[in-house]
Every structure is written in structure tokens, then in C-alpha cells.
Ligand binder design. Structure first.
Ligand code: ADP
Length: 360
């Protein structure tokens, strides 16, 4: 992978409060890198530093091997797709997309035939053919998102920065645009840096996914690795799909409240966090014996939550926050549990992750 963008030791504070702390990150040419971080973790600041809307206090940003810190934003050849789309409301779709070409400082295009051709190509790529003459006020939210993307892509940027690009869309549209964005990136072979606070989006979008925590990268891995084997309890927590118990490893088991859970491997004794993904847990009758290699915990059924093709069942477990059990309806039939009754929650012990540093 050829290195395209490199951030090294970036620090940026506002009024003494660090937004980015010694952040380093390398993005390969043609890579789709998604960045997951909770609100306030520094996602927008990082993008603004790369784009040149913000100057870091320390560190360097290199594009194609050259420092771009002293280069003004409009000369960097970086495309930026803003959260709220930032379209010109009084202009047509065509003029919005053409704007970037007409006004860019790196080789503005004046030839109207070329503008028509390139805007036409961008509209086609985004599935907007035929909408060029519409006013931006006459198109849907999803279409506005596409126009914003077309306006950026038409300028042929070296890298496209996307700041929570799907945040303004409803769930259905968000899923469709996720597929579209991947297709567009693959078709163009461009480099995309996509930040989001939504873990499903981050895991679905990237060749690699980075987790941003308090202004630095906590982990960067292929999404499958991150999802299956997060490297720390903090990252497991951010992914929002793990049940996490806090307790102690001792005498060959992980212990919290009244529970003793078998360990997935050798773990040194001491304070630890035990993580099991919600979709690894099954629900059995309390009287059914556990199979060899299974961990089991008693839990009292509280409630279920449906969201699309998934159901999440909540169980009250002594000494823990409610435990989530997730059924993907494509894999499992929905369960039917009685509120207030005790069941046995089970999972293969080998699927658990135990972190000794866990209490951070
Ligand atoms: P995110 O995009 O992940 O929500 P931001 O990069 O917007 O995070 O913000 C990171 C931190 O920096 C937050 O604590 C935020 O309040 C602070 N911050 C960001 N921009 C400014 C600014 N222009 N002035 C003061 N504080 C800011």
C-alpha cells in the first residue's frame, strides 16, 4: 500500500483542553478508512487539521510525502464533505456541482463544454442524472447528500474527507448510502477518510477502522478484527456490542458478584474485565445443564427491543448492568421469554475476551 496521507504527533488544544493529543495516523492510497469516535473525541478537529481549516499546535501532516501544513486549504487538493451538506440553496444541482470546478484554485475550469461533461459524469456516478436543473430546495435529503458528494468528487481530490456524512439521513437511507459510498469509492479507486460516531457505520464502511479516543488513535484494524477481537476493554466498550463485566481473575475463573465464569485462556490473577459480544449469548432454561466449554450466568428477563432485522433481549444479572442478548433474525428465530422469570444465559467460553488492564 502506498502511503498517501500521514499525520504524525498532531496536538491541538482549545483554551488548554486537548482536542487532539499526539495523534498519528497513516492512510494508504486507495484506502477507505473509517474512524469511529464518540462525540467530542476529536473527529472533526482531525479532519479540519487535514483540510487546513485548523492549524495544529504541534506535529505534521504530509500528503504524498510532503508537509502541507503551510499550504492554504484551497491548495491542498483535499475534498471535504460536510455534515450538513453545505450546499448553495439558491443554486441548481448542476451549479452546485460545477461550483467547485469553476472556482478551484488548482486549475479552475472555464470551458463550459468541459464543465458540462465533468458535472454530467459526476451526476451519473451519484445516480443524479436528470436532476441537474432542479433547485437544491426541491430535492430530498438523500439527494442532497449525493449532490454534496458529487460536488466534492468532481474536483478530483487526492483524498476525500467525510465528516459524519450520513448523520443527517434516516436509518433506511443511511444503509443505502453506505452501500453507495463503498461502490463509489471502489469505482473511483479514491482515498476516503470517513468519520462517524456510529459503530455499525464505521465497521461496515472501512477497509480499516480506527477508533479515536480522547484525541488519539486507540486502535486501528480491519473491521472484522476490531469486531471479533478488540484489543482493549475501552475499544470493546466503544463498539457498543459487548457485555462487559468487571471483576477478578482467580483460581482459574473470572469472578464477579456470585458468578464464576470459565476463562478463554491463561489469564494472570487480578482485577480484570470480561467481555462477551451480545450476539454470542443464547438463552436457555435455567434447569438445562450447560455443555462442556460453555459459560453460564443466571439472568432475569426484563424486556426486548426490536430494530430492523435484530432483536435485543435485556436480562438483569446480579452485579452487572443489564446483559444484552442479540438475535439476528436471519440466523435465529425470535425468542419468547417471560418478564421477571430467570433463564440461563450461555455462550462458548472461548468467545469471551478477558482484559487484565480492564478497569481503565
Ligand atoms: P467530535 O467531532 O469527535 O465530536 P470535535 O473535534 O468536534 O469532536 O471536538 C473535540 C474537542 O475539542 C471537544 O471537547 C470540543 O468541545 C473541542 N473543540 C472543538 N472545536 C473547538 C473550537 N473551535 N473551540 C473550542 N473547543 C473546540
Amino acid at each position: 500500500m502506498t502511503l498517501l496521507l500521514e499525520l504524525s504527533g498532531i496536538t491541538k488544544a482549545y483554551g488548554g483542553a486537548p482536542a487532539l493529543s499526539d495523534l498519528s495516523l497513516a492512510v494508504g492510497a486507495g484506502e477507505y478508512l473509517s474512524i469511529l469516535g464518540p462525540s467530542g473525541s476529536g473527529k472533526s478537529t482531525m479532519l479540519r487539521v487535514v483540510a487546513g481549516f485548523e492549524t495544529p499546535d504541534d506535529g505534521d501532516v504530509r500528503l504524498e510525502g510532503r508537509s502541507i501544513l503551510s499550504m492554504p486549504a484551497h491548495e491542498r487538493g483535499i475534498g471535504f464533505v460536510f455534515q450538513g451538506f453545505a450546499l448553495f440553496p439558491h443554486m441548481t444541482v448542476f451549479d452546485n456541482v460545477a461550483y467547485g470546478l469553476r472556482h478551484r484554485s488548482r486549475g479552475p475550469v472555464a470551458d463550459e463544454a468541459e464543465i458540462r461533461r465533468r458535472v454530467g459524469e459526476a451526476l451519473e456516478l451519484l445516480g443524479l442524472t436528470g436532476l441537474g436543473g432542479r433547485a437544491v430546495s426541491q430535492i430530498s435529503g438523500g439527494q442532497k447528500q449525493r449532490v454534496a458528494l458529487a460536488r466534492t468528487l468532481v474536483t478530483d481530490p487526492k483524498i476525500v474527507l467525510l465528516d459524519e456524512p450520513l448523520g443527517a439521513l434516516d436509518a433506511n437511507l443511511r444503509e443505502r448510502m453506505m452501500i453507495e459510498l463503498k461502490r463509489i469509492q471502489a469505482q473511483l479507486g479514491g482515498t476516503f477518510l470517513h468519520v462517524t460516531g456510529n459503530e455499525q457505520e464505521a465497521l461496515a464502511m472501512g477497509h480499516r477502522t480506527a477508533v479515536l479516543d480522547h484525541g488519539r488513535i486507540a486502535e486501528i484494524s480491519p473491521p472484522q478484527t476490531l469486531y471479533n477481537r478488540p484489543g482493549s476493554v475501552r475499544v470493546a466498550r466503544f463498539l457498543n456490542c459487548y457485555n462487559i463485566f468487571e471483576g477478578i481473575v482467580g483460581d482459574g475463573a473470572f469472578r464477579f458478584a456470585e458468578a464464576a465464569l470459565p476463562l478463554p485462556g491463561d489469564t494472570a490473577s487480578g482485577a480484570a474485565a470480561y467481555c462477551i459480544r451480545a450476539d454470542k449469548v443464547t438463552v436457555a432454561e435455567e434447569t438445562d445443564p450447560a455443555a462442556p466449554g460453555e459459560a453460564a450466568l443466571p439472568g432475569r428477563f426484563i424486556a426486548s427491543e426490536y430494530s430492523g432485522a435484530r432483536v435485543t433481549y435485556l436480562f438483569d444479572v446480579a452485579g452487572s448492568r443489564p446483559v444484552e442478548v442479540e438475535y439476528h433474525l436471519s440466523h435465529r428465530r425470535p425468542g419468547s421469554f417471560d418478564a421477571g422469570r430467570r433463564y440461563a444465559l450461555r455462550w462458548p467460553a472461548a468467545d469471551a475476551l478477558v482484559f487484565r488492564e480492564g478497569r481503565r
